[in-house]
Design a protein around this ligand. Structure first.
Ligand SMILES: [Zn+2]
Ligand SMILES: [Zn+2]
Length: 266
């Protein structure tokens, strides 16, 4: 079973899952390694959530569990950071505070606006809404460097009221290719994120065509995650993930330890 490298627990304000329950579920599903990646989003100005990670408690609790289950499963401690162009220094300082195994850099906000709320697509519609997101990803990559893989590229599509009806890789190829080339030049990976699928999306993020394109352009670092906020979704559709990676020409996937990639045969 592919190791899940994108998992949220009650350390994220949008999950109430117990870390120990996640670990037991992963063992039950036959995983021999998992990585927790709870949220750290600076400047998230919506009252419903506070994505500030209590990293001291996070490390204390996960380190104890890592030890408790060390004969059954390897536990890695990561974080999912929210990238924005002005956050470069704060994110780098944050990441240096603890010995993370793995850091995902994701774009959850576009100029401070969360597209999860319907106002975003109501104001911009699909075409401008998608473009603005990709352009903002590219802007963030110019300043933010302290991460290992870029999270769920193209995930904004999840929140369009039309789903991916008006979206394709081809349509946004110019800007997506610029993003991929930039990531490859920075020696960063991307992830195959299955999280949208248990919410009813037809495709993972990014679209499999983008996974293939990343490989074609010379990218070699690819992690897999279900982005589970509940233990039951760990490893969701990982058989399909394996197929997508193989179709893209990968015969391995990537895990991380101490911010260093490790390559595991598929
Ligand atoms: Zn995310
Ligand atoms: Zn996530």
């Amino acid at each position: 079973m592919i190791s899940d490298f994108h998992i949220h627990s009650y350390f994220s304000s949008d999950s109430d899952e117990k870390p120990e329950n996640i670990i037991k579920t992963a063992i039950g599903k036959g995983m021999d390694m998992i990585c927790f990646t709870d949220h750290q989003d600076f400047d998230y100005n919506y009252s419903d959530y506070d994505f500030t990670l209590d990293y001291e408690r996070y490390f204390a609790e996960l380190t104890a569990l890592k030890d408790k289950y060390k004969d059954k499963i390897q536990i890695r401690i990561g974080v999912e950071t929210g990238l924005e162009p002005h956050l470069d220094k704060r994110l780098a300082d944050f990441v240096q505070k603890k010995p993370y195994d793995f850091v995902i850099g994701s774009t959850h906000l576009i100029n401070g606006v969360d597209p999860w709320y319907p106002e975003y697509f109501r104001e911009y519609g699909d075409d401008v809404g998608f473009k603005k997101y990709f352009e903002y990803v590219f802007e963030s990559l110019k300043t933010c460097h302290d991460f290992d893989v870029y999270g769920h590229l193209d995930y904004v599509v999840r929140y369009s009221p039309n789903g991916d009806k008006n979206y394709s890789y081809r349509k946004y190829q110019d800007i997506i290719d610029q993003i991929l080339k930039r990531l490859i030049a920075m020696d960063k990976g991307i992830e195959l994120n299955m999280g949208g699928m248990y919410k009813g999306m037809k495709n993972p993020n990014p679209n499999p065509q983008i996974i293939s394109r990343y490989k074609e352009l010379g990218g070699h670092i690819i992690t897999v995650g279900a982005d589970a906020h509940k233990a039951e979704y760990l490893g969701y559709k990982f058989e399909l993930a394996k197929e997508i990676l193989k179709n893209a020409g990968f015969d391995y996937y990537t895990t991380f330890k101490g911010r260093k990639p490790e390559f595991i045969k598929l």
